[in-house]
Design a protein around this ligand. Structure first.
Ligand SMILES: [Zn+2]
Length: 282
């Protein structure tokens, strides 16, 4: 069985995998002209190189974790920027607008993060499900909207991410820091490669899977309950009763804009690295 809804950029197909209904969103990430990409590999005793990039079988890869970090950040910014619009969309009463604030997903926020909380942009508590004496406790505001998509401590989100692999193989690593012998004009003997980069124009492809429905997470777009405790309180007031319309609104009003707002990935930003364009592929 397959149903379709009209996505903003393309038709999103639902497919069933066992009892889980998933919608796949294929994405294309292009390294922007004039920039390069540097996602550092963990230092390993096997590589003598400094500044090696993350690779799988010698191919540069954008790991799912890097993309997830960038998407979480964009979702946070979107909820800050469109707080009023979303409050209206989700029928959130004026005195409950804190429900839409994202959390800082750590029990120990940094000083800079604490300032964001004090400025009222983020909620004070990070999202976590606590079970005390068989009582479920998710605080007054429940799980934040960003963790609804991305997951929180002890609770899965509705999105799954693949790694992103380059579209075509070839000469995509530019080892620019090889020292050139001033006399011969070729690479100096013993010159160490100090950094690897992925060239501008390189295209990576990957997939975000949206769990539309499954036995434990229930339905994407609904406020989840554990026992009789509603954990996604930000969705509790929404008047929309059509399940498909709810899922579609979350994809079109939140997920797609946040994806398109991703303009930076990886490290060495001070050297001009990391500028990317992200598009729905198809
Ligand atoms: Zn959260």
């Amino acid at each position: 069985m397959s149903e379709e809804i009209n996505g903003q950029a393309k038709k999103i197909e639902f497919k069933e995998e066992g009892k889980i209904k998933i919608s796949e969103l294929p994405l294309k990430i292009e390294v922007a002209g004039g920039s390069f990409l540097h996602i550092g590999a963990a230092p390993s005793p096997l590589t003598e190189k400094k500044g090696a990039i993350f690779k799988v079988d010698r191919t540069p890869v954008i790991p799912a974790t890097s993309f997830k970090g960038a998407l979480r950040h964009q979702l946070e910014l979107l909820f800050a920027e469109k707080a009023d619009e979303f409050a209206q969309l989700f029928n959130i009463p004026d005195d409950k607008k804190d429900l839409l604030k994202p959390c800082i997903p750590s029990p120990r926020p940094t000083k800079a993060e604490e300032e964001l909380v004090n400025a009222g942009k983020y909620r004070k508590e990070h999202c976590e499900i606590k079970v005390n004496e068989e009582q479920i406790n998710v605080g007054n505001n429940g799980i934040c909207p960003v963790c609804y998509f991305m997951g929180a401590a002890g609770l899965m989100g509705f999105l799954r991410f693949s790694n992103f692999y380059p579209e075509s193989e070839g000469d995509i690593i530019d080892q620019t820091n090889i020292r050139i012998d001033r006399k011969t004009g070729t690479a100096a003997r013993g010159a160490k490669v100090e950094g690897e980069q992925v060239k501008p124009g390189t295209v990576f492809k990957g997939i975000i899977s949206i769990v539309i429905s499954e036995p434990i997470l229930e339905q994407f777009g609904d406020a989840r309950k554990i026992g009789n405790v509603v954990i996604d309180k930000w969705l509790e007031h929404w008047q929309e009763t059509d399940k498909e319309k709810r899922a579609k609104a979350l994809i079109e009003e939140i997920l797609l804009p946040a994806i398109k707002n991703i303009k930076m990935l990886g490290g060495q930003k001070s050297r001009g690295a990391g500028k990317v364009n992200v598009e729905i592929d198809g």
